[in-house]
Ligand binder design. Structure first.
Ligand SMILES: [Zn+2]
Length: 317
């Protein structure tokens, strides 16, 4: 997966939020050196030059990076918040970073949102030392990687809320999909009051074969356009599975039962994108049940990634 753009800005462009809480800021050719007053917290900001559209396509943010070093463990980065204009797109709020040498710290942006207004990085720092040397932090650079990911667009239709939360299933799915260049977009959420389909008959759950109950369930497609995928969260399937990806022609989707594991949704959508079972519990597509996955996050192999990218359900708008 190639990065479309990597943008960096030099450390001496940093902006200080509370000038009265710092003792000094020195901008040199190689960094900005900030010495905080004892027992203060502060925010420092970088704005990253952001090309939002490349070749008529809107870029998505992958991650941001910082290069800094601290004079001691008393000058700690506590927060790294990432913004697109006024929209906070990622927050790392319980950090305690005080590298002694310049390295590269990377902060992933979950969901890989499209960027509209320009990337800002806001860095919270606490100064708790008693000497200037202890309360010094130096920023040499800040950067951001952008990409044009393939996207799978999901709509959630909830008959029964699953035991493992939908948020957790989505985060787990992203853990597997994003590193291989497929971002997972949550398009819509809807509750469905369909008691008669809450334990849905899935027959043998074979690709291309559906029951009357599945056909009725998959007719519920509010807000869904062509090539979007619908996940129906039901109480149970009959016979009982964690999920089932068999779906009527032209209505791509899957059912996920309330007993599902954190990996079930990613696994079932994997089937929808064309993947088949394997006998290997290190992989997302294990046929032995995602509850038996041994080495999380589970893997996708290159032939599976190719299949996913070639699916017309992964789009690069
Ligand atoms: Zn399966």
């Amino acid at each position: 997966m190639a990065i479309t753009q990597a943008m960096w800005i030099h450390g001496h462009s940093i902006k200080v939020e509370y000038h009265d809480r710092i003792k000094s800021i020195r901008r040199a050719g190689f960094f900005a050196r900030i010495t905080g007053k004892p027992n203060t917290t502060n925010w420092f900001h970088f704005s990253i030059p952001t090309t939002v559209i490349v070749n008529d396509k809107r870029q998505m943010i992958d991650s941001v990076m910082l290069r800094f070093r601290s004079g001691s463990n008393k000058a700690k980065v506590t927060n790294v918040d990432i913004y697109d204009g006024d929209w906070k797109i990622a927050a790392y709020d319980n950090l305690g970073l005080y590298p002694a040498t310049f390295g590269l710290q990377r902060f992933n942006v979950p969901g890989k949102p499209e960027i509209s207004w320009g990337v800002g990085i806001s860095i919270g720092v606490s100064f708790t030392g008693t000497t200037d040397a202890q309360n010094t932090i130096e920023f040499s650079s800040a950067g951001c990687d952008f990409n044009l990911f393939e996207s799978v667009r999901l709509h959630f239709k909830v008959l029964t809320t699953p035991t493992v939360s939908i948020d957790q299933m989505l985060a787990s799915m992203r853990e597997v999909y994003e590193p291989v260049g497929v971002r997972v977009v949550r398009m819509s959420d809807e509750n469905l009051d369909l008691p008669s389909l809450n334990t849905v008959d899935v027959g043998e759950c074979k690709r291309g074969i559906t029951t009357a109950e599945q056909n009725t369930l998959f007719n519920h497609r509010n807000n869904v356009v062509a090539n979007d995928v619908v996940v129906y969260f039901v109480e149970a399937t009959n016979p009982p599975y964690n999920g089932c990806a068999a779906h009527p022609d032209g209505k791509p989707g899957a059912v996920v039962a309330s007993c599902a594991t954190r990996w079930t949704m990613g696994h079932e959508v994997g089937h929808v994108l064309g993947l088949s079972h394997v006998d290997n519990n290190d992989r997302l597509m294990t046929g032995n049940g995602t509850g038996n996955i041994t080495n999380p996050p589970p893997d996708l192999i290159s032939s599976e990634i190719t299949t996913m990218q070639n699916s017309n359900l992964t789009v690069n708008p």
